[in-house]
Design a protein around this ligand. Structure first.
Ligand code: PLP
Length: 371
């Protein structure tokens, strides 16, 4: 069977440590361990006293309860995983068989798409419409869903364009799924990264019975290095994914589970820190776009530390991204990694000096091609 590599992650793993400026990561400037612990000697003492044995495979009881609270669920609905990446992978492998039909949202983070193709499924996409402020095209969703659709995957808030679905858009997705009996996978890793409001995007949990919600500490909490994520699902689906989790990873680390408890208890502090980076970063980026004399344009994202910037050059997004890497030592995501050309995904939730220097380097390279 043919294999579809995860093009975005391959691009990042090959090059993210060999450029001066990495604007291809999808979160904020990460939180340091001391900052997470709040420079509290008692918290440091507790960390140093941890026995490094196998942790509870599905997550500590305390952690499962904290995650349940984040989604308005019950701890029995929670399975702790190695990042949202594992949560998505074991959800797809639990639900999707060869010949099944799967629907995803595009532009999007193409993990579920690739996993479904690699499981032998047929995959169709419904668009977020660039001419309508990246709102979902619900008529297209209606027309692409079939009686044999097994799974509809959404990312809310969205990566790469930051769209937050309204309650009525979510209700429409659920209604389409219900009509054909499909599962919904709601990847909610960007909850808490809202740029225009302090209100956390509601979780879809409770909105449908065939639902898996996925979350993570990597984005709103600024802790990707902990490699800690989770899924929230009905008990039978928790069982099915847990059996796959035992094969794939057994568990995430004891240290990560302990630090995740600290992070979820420090939620307001971490979200405030990261939203400040996102708001300042987007202001800088949008000024940079405005100063480009029409070379660049962007639809203002509602959330995430990302901007999906359109460029006006006769080059593919892979060519532009490669030129930026080799000539400007800047790594960005290429539009083709998300299913749409003529765009670059640029992370802006970073330290101001670093971001400004990286954006000037991008401008220098793009000007040479414009000439
Ligand atoms: C939508 C989405 N889901 C999942 C992931 C994977 O996240 P994690 O670091 O928690 O594995 C990412 C990472 O970029 C993402 O953007």
């Amino acid at each position: 069977m043919s294999f579809t590599p995860f093009a975005l992650e391959e691009w990042q793993s090959r090059y993210e440590h060999s450029v001066a400026y990495n604007l291809a990561d999808s979160g904020c400037h990460p939180v340091a361990l001391g900052e997470l612990l709040g420079d509290d000697p008692e918290a440091v003492r507790r960390l140093l006293a941890i026995d490094l044995h196998y942790p509870p495979v599905g997550g500590t009881d305390r952690l499962r309860a904290l995650i349940a609270e984040w989604h308005g669920a019950d701890p029995a609905n929670v399975l702790v995983t190695v990042g949202a990446a594992e949560a998505n992978a074991i959800t797809v492998s639990s639900l999707v068989s060869p010949g099944d039909h799967v629907v995803v949202m595009e532009p999007g983070y193409r993990q579920v798409r690739g996993l479904a193709l690699n499981a032998g499924a047929e995959v169709d996409a419904f668009p977020l419409d660039p001419d309508n402020g990246w709102r979902p095209d619900l008529a297209a969703l209606e027309s692409v869903v079939r009686p044999d659709t097994k799974l509809i995957a959404i990312t809310n808030p969205n990566n790469p364009v930051g769209t937050i679905l309204t309650p009525s858009e979510l209700a429409a997705v659920v209604a389409v799924a219900e009509r054909v009996g499909a599962w919904v996978l709601a990847d909610e890793v960007y909850r808490g990264t809202e740029r225009l409001t302090d209100e956390i995007t509601p979780s879809l949990w409770g909105g449908y019975d065939k639902l898996v919600c996925v979350g993570s500490l990597s984005k709103a909490f600024g802790l990707p290095g902990l490699r800690l994520g989770w899924l929230v699902a009905p008990p039978a689906m928790v069982e099915a994914t847990w059996r796959r989790h035992e094969y794939a990873t057994i568990a995430t680390s004891m240290l990560s589970m302990h630090l995740a408890e600290v992070a979820l208890r420090s939620r307001d502090r971490l979200l405030t820190r990261n939203r400040a980076l996102i708001r300042d970063g987007y202001d800088r980026l949008s000024k940079w776009v405005a100063d480009s004399n029409g070379l660049l344009s962007v639809v203002a994202p509602q959330s995430t530390a990302l901007a999906f910037v359109r460029y006006d050059l006769p080059m593919t997004s892979a060519e532009v991204a490669d030129a930026l890497r080799t000539e400007g030592s800047v790594l960005v995501g290429a539009g083709e990694h998300f299913g749409i050309e003529s765009h670059l995904r640029i992370t802006h939730g970073l330290e101001p000096g670093y971001l400004d220097a990286a954006l000037s380097s991008i401008t220098k390279v793009l000007r040479t091609y414009q000439a």
